[in-house]
Design a protein around this ligand. Structure first.
Ligand code: FES
Length: 92
């Protein structure tokens, strides 16, 4: 069994492959935010802690300096919570 480099997962959280990143770059993405917008890489549970360095490296292979790759905006995962989770029984 062989695996080409293009099928390697760069963003494990969102299952984005190197091929997806290359397509986004070909589509005009030159920053982490541009890659994120086109592929959802960096939108997973780790918020890009794992994949942002790999994406920066791929961008560098395309002549985009790491200093020119703007950091992506991180947003923590949102989960619903009941009001009761924040109030103790004595407060009611
Ligand atoms: S590996 Fe990309 S968001 Fe977690």
């Amino acid at each position: 069994m062989s695996c080409s480099d293009d099928k390697i997962y760069i963003c494990r959280c969102e299952e984005v492959t190197r091929e997806d990143i290359e397509k986004a770059i070909a589509d005009g993405a030159t920053t982490l935010a541009g890659i994120k917008k086109r592929t959802h890489a960096g939108m997973g549970l780790c918020q890009g802690r794992t994949c942002s360095k790999l994406i920066t490296r791929i961008l560098a292979e395309h002549g985009i300096k790491p200093a020119d790759v703007y950091p992506q905006t991180s947003r923590p995962p949102v989960r619903t919570a009941k009001i009761g989770d924040f109030v103790e029984e004595d407060d009611v």
